[in-house]
Write a protein that binds this ligand. Structure first.
Ligand code: HEC
Length: 163
């Protein structure tokens, strides 16, 4: 009986493992557009800091955008598996600052950093792309929605334990 009970979880584990292996093996990192219907349009000029910070609808839309585009490397639910940097660490330093004013300035800088890397991607020393750029596929609304999602996940994780 014990063996039978354990069986399903083994299958689930194997299935999840195969998904992970597939994601890495196929390396499907083609940027996918994010449907931002329902969010206030932001226009062509970049607005900083992120105008969607704390906006629940943007967080939900950003979660989908993140899942389709970033999770393969940065981890499901923005919990890094070590393949790519832990995005939850980006805001941490800022949120540790006691002054709200300094916190806001720090988050604004982190927004700009996040936006620039998301749009342009990253290359290693030999010029090989380590992260795709999303410029041309992500609208401003999409970038800030994904950023709002990462922000909200950071706050969630900090509530559970000191990060
Ligand atoms: C193919 C894997 C891959 C995908 C897909 C990917 N990234 Fe990355 N990302 C990386 C790697 C690798 C780095 C580190 C690159 C380096 O420093 O050279 C990185 C770095 C970053 C950084 C800087 C992190 C830091 O601590 O300095 C941000 C921000 C970032 N990615 C955001 C995103 C977002 C947002 C998405 C989805 C829209 C995304 N990435 C999709 C692999 C990926």
């Amino acid at each position: 009986m014990k063996k039978l009970k354990k069986f399903p979880s083994v299958i689930v584990t194997l299935f999840l493992l195969s998904l992970t292996i597939e994601a890495h093996a196929h390396g499907d990192v083609t940027p996918h557009p994010v449907d931002t219907t329902g969010l206030d349009p932001l226009g062509a000029e970049w607005i900083v800091p992120n105008p969607y910070r704390g906006n629940d609808k943007a967080v939900a839309i950003g979660a989908v955008g993140y899942l389709h585009n970033c999770a393969g490397c940065h981890g499901l639910n923005a919990v890094s598996g070590g393949v790519a940097p832990d995005l939850l660490k980006l805001d941490n330093e800022c949120l540790d600052l006691a002054s709200k004013l300094k916190q806001a300035a720090c988050l604004k800088d982190a927004d700009v950093y996040f936006k620039d890397i998301t749009l342009n991607g990253k290359k290693n020393g030999e010029g090989r792309s380590t992260m795709p750029g999303y410029a041309g596929v992500f609208t401003q609304e999409a970038v800030w929605a994904v950023r709002a999602y990462v922000d909200s996940r950071t706050i969630e994780e900090r509530a559970k334990k000191p990060y």
